[in-house]
Design a protein around this ligand. Structure first.
Ligand code: AMP
Ligand code: MG
Length: 348
């Protein structure tokens, strides 16, 4: 299959959006930018179309899809009941990087929800995404547009690497603004529970609706504790290199990593370092990449997945990463890094 690439870096191309909408209505797949990561879209109410997403990604079929909408009112067409707290969150954070889980209505097929009786819903904040969702009928199932097991795409080039020839169209809207997937909160129980951390953090949620819980599995180091979001149990990204996160005071982290680089050099091994703008100069040898400035958390979240993708192509043996427990997005960033490292963390 030939994949058409529609360039919308300079703005929305209405004709191409119309074509993309028809592709979705005909059961096809269109990758598109959102403010979090690129999504791989299909008509969420068409079971066969949703199935094609799983095939293109190689995604396990028990991992449900998020349904994207373009108008808050449309939530009521697919959610069985919308609690007051969910309305408050929708008014405060939609369009935006927040996904909410509800008991689903009959019209949402099992193929979209992985057989669950609940449905995850989000209204993204991106003009291209909103226009595409409307053109495609209003309900677009869209997981991240990467091959399962690879880092989520934050640029159209990443989508091309993974999806070229497998889907009908890729819309290029340039680099995304946030770079990690949406926060997921389950609104189907009495006390809402965060199932995946993201840009909208616990503090912002508590300020809006009071008490929220966090899925204990997110902090568990034991692999036996099952997360409530089926997708969170998968090690999203296993770098080809062994990856280790080094936590501690800056000077200790730097000297530990430099020591490891020294050892590796004498053994003829290649080391990668994930650093920050504040520390890159402190490492002498090895392949050093900065995630961005610690004073600008979005610069870090935005670069995270592209740095991980780059290391895969560089053929390093071991990656040492600094920790990024930044104030607002630290939980979201570390959740992805710790998974990529397969929970290997050293405290120095
Ligand atoms: P992705 O779209 O690739 O960011 O992944 C979607 C995430 O949402 C996965 O971790 C899913 O397990 C989770 N998810 C989607 N629908 C539900 C649901 N109904 N209940 C719990 N988790 C869900
Ligand atoms: Mg994903």
């Amino acid at each position: 299959m030939e994949t058409v690439i529609a360039d919308m870096k300079q703005g929305i191309d209405r004709d191409a959006i119309k074509t993309a909408g028809s592709i979705l209505k005909d059961g096809g797949l269109v990758a598109f930018p959102t403010e979090t990561v690129y999504g791989l879209g299909a008509d969420a109410l068409d079971e066969q179309a949703a199935k094609r997403i799983y095939a293109a990604k190689g995604r396990p079929s028990d991992n449900p899809l998020i349904v994207h909408i373009a108008k808050i009112e449309d939530l009521y067409k697919i959610a069985e009941s919308v609690p007051l707290k969910a309305r408050t969150l929708a008014e405060r954070f939609w369009p935006g990087p927040l996904t909410m889980i509800f008991r689903k209505k009959e019209c949402v097929p099992d193929g979209t929800t992985g057989g669950l009786g609940t449905v995850a819903v989000r209204m993204p904040k991106d003009d291209i995404a909103l226009a595409l969702i409307e053109a495609g009928g209003g309900f677009v199932a869209a997981p991240s547009a990467n091959t399962s097991g690879r880092p989520s795409p934050t640029k159209a080039e990443h989508v091309v690497q993974d999806m070229n020839g497998k889907i009908e169209m890729i819309i290029d809207g340039g680099e995304v603004g946030i770079g990690v997937e949406s926060t997921i909160i389950d609104m189907s129980e009495d006390i809402p529970m965060v199932l995946r951390p993201g840009y909208i953090n616990e503090k912002m949620l508590r300020e809006a609706i009071g008490e929220v819980m966090v899925d204990p599995a997110l902090f568990s180091v034991e692999s036996g504790v099952r997360p409530k979001a089926p997708g969170m149990k998968y090690r999203h990204y296993a770098p080809k290199a062994d990856m280790i996160i080094v936590e501690g005071a800056d000077n200790k982290v730097i000297s530990f990593i430099n020591e490891k680089i020294g050892e590796a050099l004498t053994e003829g091994r290649k080391i990668g370092v994930i650093a920050s703008d504040e520390t890159t100069e402190c490492y002498s040898k090895g392949v050093i990449r900065s995630m961005g400035s610690r004073k600008d958390e979005l610069s870090i979240s935005k670069k995270l997945y592209s740095v991980l993708r780059e290391f895969d192509s560089l053929g390093v043996d071991t990656i040492y990463s600094e920790a990024f427990n930044t104030p607002a997005m630290g939980q979201a960033i570390m959740n992805r890094l710790v998974k990529a490292a397969g929970h290997q963390i050293i405290n120095v």
